[in-house]
Design a protein around this ligand. Structure first.
Ligand SMILES: Cc1cc2nc3c(=O)[nH]c(=O)nc-3n(C[C@H](O)[C@H](O)[C@H](O)COP(=O)(O)OP(=O)(O)OC[C@H]3O[C@@H](n4cnc5c(N)ncnc54)[C@H](O)[C@@H]3O)c2cc1C
Length: 411
């Protein structure tokens, strides 16, 4: 009998299969789509941000209150070990801004190819177009006796691992079906919700800047007028609202507060390097230098072109107003516009558009030292199907790889 059947050939399932096969276990991966790793192939805009180079102890904070669940998984395969794993298989990596680690080739497909080649070399059997539909369980012990595909084909193994991912980007195969399977087996599912998802802004306050992308700005999440969290970095304006790394990082919390009926907004600081006082001095300097020129010339120094007209409109400034005519009150309004540009949020974009799914199999029901279910004796659960979601920066893939590796190596 097979030692392990892995349901789902994504990042976590492939890594689990590799770890188990390395220890001489017989492994079969059942993947429901026509190819393994469809999501890996689109990660990091096709470049795959494999992990992050920061100290592993700093990773936990990126997973919110559930981070410590990953202690044993990260002990078994941390970020340095993951890089070494890929290097050993001929895939060199590079570290970019923010500690983000990518394959040197800049191709996510190379990461996938490396995993598939190694799995093949280790004798892992992979069957695609095989959707796991249900399990047959012993009524008393709850042990899984067999797995059934949707066409009724039956597979048996000593152990079964669910690595079906979340419910975002369903075309990659992860469509929430894994949570349903786990629920049918008796697991509690923390409701699935979008994490790392763009935010929809009420009215046209953001869409009028559509296409503008900003670097080195700070975005803060305001809940009922109070700042809860902020991130520094890149963001962009879209036809529906706000997107880009720092917005995605605020999104899970924004979604939770919206569900509770709170008033949610994002405040953007376009000049985070300057305090209000320093900005006032800068404005006074620019005004002195520009003198009789039109206000537009001043704004050109401060803003991307597409933001100038809306700024003039918001401040009710005539286009031909001279810089020298800017009084203290107008300068104050301009400073607020530059440092506290507020966008009321009406919703997050849907779960299917999220980079990561929050919620999933309740962590208390999984042993973090082995990834074994505490409910079904011969079941393991890994990857995004678990109630884990992290910031952008390579943390989500590291968690998928590490939990998979731990499960496979403790079999
Ligand atoms: C656009 C995008 C970009 C991203 N970029 C990054 C990044 O650069 N860095 C990062 O750290 N994270 C990134 N992520 C997140 C990361 O890709 C996921 O967290 C990670 O892939 C989760 O791995 P997984 O193996 O748990 O699930 P998945 O990769 O989703 O794999 C699950 C697999 O299970 C299969 N499956 C599901 N149900 C069944 C079933 N019933 N039977 C058989 N097979 C089944 C699916 O077809 C799929 O192949 C990105 C996500 C998206 C959507």
């Amino acid at each position: 009998m097979l030692d392990l059947i892995v349901v789902g050939g994504g990042a976590s399932g492939l890594m689990a299969a590799i770890a188990a096969a390395k220890r001489g276990k017989s492994v079969l991966i059942l993947e429901k789509t026509d190819r393994c790793g469809k999501k890996i192939a689109i990660t990091g805009k096709g470049r795959c941000n494999i992990t992050n180079a920061e100290p592993i102890d700093d990773f936990y904070g990126h997973f919110g209150r559930n981070g410590l669940f990953l202690k044993d998984a990260f002990k078994t395969l941390d970020n340095k070990a993951l890089e070494a794993f890929f290097r050993h298989l001929g895939l060199a990596t590079v570290t970019e801004r923010g500690g983000r680690v990518f394959p040197e080739s800049q191709k996510a497909s190379d990461v996938l190819r490396t995993l598939l080649d190694y799995a093949w070399e280790l004798g892992v059997d992979i069957k695609t177009n095989c959707r796991c539909a249900s399990f047959i369980q012993d009524e008393e012990t709850k042990e899984i006796k067999a797995l059934l595909l949707e066409d009724g084909t039956k597979y048996c193994a000593k152990n079964y691992l669910l690595a079906c991912g979340g419910a975002s980007y369903p075309l990659t195969g992860s469509d929430g079906g894994g949570a349903k399977l786990a629920s049918k087996l008796g697991h509690t599912i923390v409701p699935l919700r979008p994490a790392l998802v763009p935010l929809v802004v009420e009215g046209d306050s953001a869409s009028r800047f559509q296409g503008v992308s900003l670097k080195n700005v700070r975005a803060s999440l305001l809940v009922n007028g109070k700042s809860k969290k902020s991130f520094f970095g890149e963001m962009l304006f879209t036809h529906f609202g706000l997107s880009g790394p720092i917005i995605l990082s605020l999104s899970e919390e924004a979604g939770l507060y919206l569900e509770k009926g709170a008033k949610v907004a994002v405040s953007v600081d376009l000049k985070p390097a300057l305090t209000m006082e320093q900005l006032e001095l800068r404005l006074l300097r620019d005004i002195a230098a520009l003198g009789s020129k039109q206000v537009k010339a001043l704004l050109k120094e401060l803003l991307p072109a597409k933001m100038i007209e809306p700024c003039l409109e918001d401040l009710a400034l005539a286009k031909d107003k001279r810089v020298s005519q800017l009084d203290q009150k107008t300068r104050k309004a301009l400073r607020s516009w530059l440092k506290e540009l507020v966008f009321p949020i009406s919703a997050t974009r849907p779960l299917k558009e999220a980079i990561v799914t929050a919620g999933g199999v309740k962590l208390k029901e999984i042993d973090p030292t082995t990834m074994r279910s505490r409910i079904v004796p011969n079941l393991l659960v890994t990857g995004e199907l678990l109630d884990l979601a992290a910031d952008t920066g390579g943390y989500n893939l590291q968690a998928a790889f590490s939990t998979g590796y731990l499960a496979g190596s403790k079999l």
